[in-house]
Design a binder for this molecule. Sequence first.
Ligand SMILES: [Zn+2]
Length: 59
Amino acid sequence: MAMPKTVKCPRCGQDGEWTGNPFRPFCSERCKMADLGGWFSEEYRIASDTKPVEEDEDE
Ligand SMILES: [Zn+2]
């Protein structure tokens, strides 16, 4: 089986290292953080839009 030693970064499209790369499938920490950041901001938007009612058990 021929395993590729590089993986195409889904963020920037560049070839990033796969073996020993803690940021895979991204090429670098920058791309990983950028992707996570976008995901989190999207999640935050949804979360703030449908804010769950806080249960007040202080009675
Ligand atoms: Zn990248």
